[in-house]
Design a protein around this ligand. Structure first.
Ligand code: MN
Length: 299
């Protein structure tokens, strides 16, 4: 995949390490029209990993596991971040937006006050692999206008550390390299790290940020604890800690994700995530009244 290659301009100096609080193994499930996936960040972890609401990993060589895709469905109150690492997915929404997300690309969608969209595989065979992360919106922004952007692989800034680790910066900032997206309040950091052998990667983190690592190839060691492929490490929040170090003995790949918590109440009903039950009821009513599309948004 081609890409936007940057030179690291800054070293991340981590002196007091975050430790691993616990390891979580993803739960196999299916969603949409029978797409098999692993739910890594489940609803019971939303409070702990605030501002993140969900992380799904999907990866299969069998078209039967993905061919149905995700036909038309609504969202309100948060953002979806879809990162494809193999295959292609076509997106269509009720605001007339359409795009194809390819290998290495990211779609960042702000559902805001409401959107209906479909996410369908643009292929009938071969491997399909990727991740969908849900990032909550602060209450003040939950009813913002829907928005989205497709970042193709070459639009994702990446750099290589002196230790040979390749980092793709989807959001936030790492080693002085600014990512494809920034968000002011939750300050999301979203890195895809590729280790090609024994190496380590340092990343400074604000002590208040909630942070986790999802390993999807090989093993990663965090503060002496091994995190195998298919599992997530939740990092401790210690007031004195200033970052994390990921180490590998062989090739591995992992997502490092962090963000500042909103500390707001979370009310979820399927694809709607608001602050109160009343707002959820309103979301269902507005959806049923057809208010999740451009033509009816003033209604
Ligand atoms: Mn969706």
């Amino acid at each position: 995949m081609s890409s936007s290659v940057h030179t690291p301009t800054q070293q991340e100096t981590v002196t007091r390490l975050r430790t691993m609080e616990r390891r979580v193994i993803g739960r196999p499930t299916s969603d949409g029209a029978g797409v098999k996936l692993t739910r890594v960040l489940t609803q019971d972890l939303q409070r702990r990993l605030d501002p993140y609401l969900m992380l799904d990993a999907f990866g299969t060589d069998n078209p039967e596991d993905y061919i149905g895709g995700f036909p038309d469905h609504p969202h309100r109150g948060f953002e979806t971040i879809t990162y494809m690492i193999a295959g292609q997915m076509r997106h269509n929404d009720s605001y007339g937006n359409e795009g194809v997300l390819r290998n290495g690309g990211v779609q960042w969608m702000t559902a805001g006050r409401g959107v209906i969209h479909s996410e369908l595989p643009e292929q009938a065979e071969g491997a399909m692999e990727g991740f969908q992360l849900w990032l909550n919106l602060p209450s003040q922004d939950k009813m913002t206008e829907p928005w989205y952007q497709d970042f193709q692989s070459e639009d994702i800034p990446e750099f290589r550390t002196p230790a040979g680790v390749k980092a793709r910066v989807i959001a936030g900032r790492s080693h002085g390299v600014k990512g494809a997206m920034e968000r002011p309040i939750t300050q999301p950091l979203y890195l895809d790290l590729h280790f090609e052998g024994p190496a380590q990667f340092e990343q400074s983190l604000s002590p208040t940020a909630n942070a986790f690592v999802y390993v999807y190839r090989g093993d990663v060691v965090i503060d002496g604890e091994t995190v195998p492929s298919g599992s997530m490490a939740i990092l401790n929040n210690a007031a004195m800690a200033d970052g994390v170090i990921l180490q590998t003995k062989a090739s591995a790949r992992a997502l490092l994700i962090a963000g500042e918590p909103l500390h707001e109440s979370i009310a979820q009903y399927g694809p709607f995530v608001m602050n109160t039950q009343q707002e959820l009821l309103q979301a269902v009513q507005d959806f049923q009244a057809g208010k999740f599309s451009r033509a009816n948004r003033s209604g």
